[in-house]
Design a binder for this molecule. Sequence first.
Ligand code: SAM
Ligand code: DTB
Ligand code: SF4
Length: 332
Amino acid sequence: MPETRYDWTREEIFEIHNKPLLELVYEAASVHRKYHNPSEVQISSLISIKTGGCPEDCAYCPQAARYHTDVKVHKLLPLEEVKEMAEKAKAGGASRMCLGAAWREVRDNRDFDNVLKMVSTINDMDMEVCCTLGMVTEEQAKKLADAGLYAYNHNVDTSEEHYKEIITTRNYDDRLKTLENVRKANVTICSGGIIGMGESVEDRAGMLHTLSHLMPHPESVPINALVPVEGTPMENQQTASIWEMVRMIATARIVLPKSAVRLSAGRLEMSMEGQALCFMAGANSIFAGDKLLTTPNPEFNQDMEMFEILGLKPKMAFVDHQKPQVQQSVDA
Ligand code: SAM
Ligand code: DTB
Ligand code: SF4
């Protein structure tokens, strides 16, 4: 049974990934039971606080300004609207709110000050607050921490080699640098990636290899299946099969035994049986709510029905890490 290891080789990860499927699921389920309560699933809910118009060229993303997609662009949402959405998500069982902005990076301006207010408002509601705002400096990460931020999402997305095929406006090291800045600010890290972007199994192992060499491991690891969106360069991409998703989740569970592994984008295309196998293989977190950032997701009620059938229950907030101590008073 693996302890937390930071020296996995790509070959080892590749071999785990390619084990006979049921053998792999059994092993992952055993690791899962050792470190986690298998009947608890953490529920995050997403709000796109600023949508579209992003200067980056991430080939999968409907929010990049350069692609012609149907995304309805909007500026930063008002605090009140975000608060109401968070209250609704909490009532639906979400313990974590994730605020996403289509920014390349955070700038020290009035919008950022307003995001800090959103963070402190939602933290005051006793929910874990996560932000995904693009690149951040150490100082900005500290400001977020002081406002009560619990987690920062910044995905490595794929292997270093494949990254260049997907994004040209920034590089892999930029991503790793932001993760380092977040870690220095004592904010937990949420970092994972996407499968189904034309990458090889070696690339998938490479992505998990990168994550497994971050010390400590990211506290949460989202595994997204690409949602191909019309107008993006990936609109005609063949989506990942449920078996590929199960393999990726099981491998993540074995390599990152203590992290929360999130079955993220792409659930709308998955059957309940398929998702059940993902939970068996170690997934213990989902995004719930009828929308991800811009694309549809299963309804809360549908997910609650699935939880009922599978005997799963939503995990409470702040079980793994304390509620952040707010250092600065942010005027709400
Ligand atoms: N702009 C910030 C950034 O890039 O870090 C935050 C928002 S960005 C939309 C957050 C993550 O969503 C991306 O890193 C990517 O992993 C995921 N994502 C975006 N579009 C997706 C799609 N079509 N299918 C699956 N995942 C997607
Ligand atoms: C993550 O890994 N997946 C979420 C969250 N982090 C920000 C986003 C998924 C976005 C899917 C495409 C969309 O809805 O725009
Ligand atoms: Fe912009 Fe983030 Fe989308 Fe890339 S993934 S285009 S950085 S919003």
